[in-house]
Write a protein that binds this ligand. Sequence first.
Ligand code: ARG
Length: 403
Amino acid sequence: MTALVEGTGALSGSMGTVVRPRSAPETGCPVTGGRPAAPPVPQPVDPDEARTFLEQFYAETSPMVPLDRRLRQVFHEIATTGTYRHTPEELTFGARVAWRNSARCIGRLYWNGLRVRDRRHVTEPAQVAAECVEHLREATRGGRIRSTITVFAPDGPEGPGPRILNEQLIRYAGHRTPDGGVRGDPRYAEFTDQVVAIGWQRPEPLGRFDVLPLMIAGTDGRPRLFDLPRDAVHEVGLQHPEFAWFADLRLRWHAVPAISNMPLVVGGVQYGAAPFNGWYLNTEIGARNLADTDRYDLLPVIAERLGLDTSSVRTLWRDRALIELVRAVQYSFDEAGVTMADHHTESERFLTHVAKEESAGRSCPADWSWIVPPVSGALTAVYHRYYDAPDPDARPAFLPPAS
Ligand code: ARG
């Protein structure tokens, strides 16, 4: 079967490769309109950043080549080409430490088990898309999810490497409806406008869980669309352990969260396309994606089915509906055999991680408001303490998305 269907459409024409989303606000550059900002032309690698990284790599691991020899090699390469090439071991270490440095992630205990797919030779959008599909298949493993990163070509002195413009590899479309609402995930209404503007055909009829195509820019910066094949997108239909009516709501969520728009920066080299995934924590889906009023906003629906008194917030109907929703998410993933963490266990594991980091002589910066789960905070040990402040200059790192 054809793994990928490339979108066609209004890319060329008088605007050249400029993409104008139909209804997205035109912020930013008047020339490019609403198109995601092109990454700036990369500067040569700073040899000091390379040195700092290599010193850390040598302090934590035992490479064969002595440090001073590797440093001479790297400095020479930077002086002659403007950049340098990480060894596979350096790349793996860099990606793992970028995860370890992610102050918002509660799941860092397993940072050293991150599987790194080295695809640095890949720049062409169709090939990037095909590798993203393979990433999803290998990371999903029928439900036994494995933390994985695929690293594509870095930015270099000749220009930027490829970019994946989706926030995650798998996300659901938000279709704007005539009544001013959104069918699907409102968070992606603007992104949905963008892919439609360059030729994505919305499914008929419009669904609430329509998987968006990948939007990938190659080294020319021109975005192209690729549909994900059905079998690369593992989804779990939601049911509740007690309430049969829950399944009638026809809710579902995808098994793998794979963030695709955060550049990985290691030793001064920036990998703009480096999608990575872990596995879900129950509350991410149950207490946020499906519950937030600016996402699927399902608490009123669930409360009604539960027969709760919704006349006042003081009846705690939202809190009660929320717990049942999180329960349904957890139960459904467990029944489907798809890896999912719960907030109690993950809290314990995170504190184990902090302790391990401390005994390795490192601090473990963490962002309290991201670490503490959005339900039952004080029931988890992570709530009852503070953490070292996150350092935005920590490296290696996953950087905030460009736009
Ligand atoms: N919160 C995001 C979502 O709901 C996923 C972020 C990454 N989460 C993870 N468990 N690795 O899709």
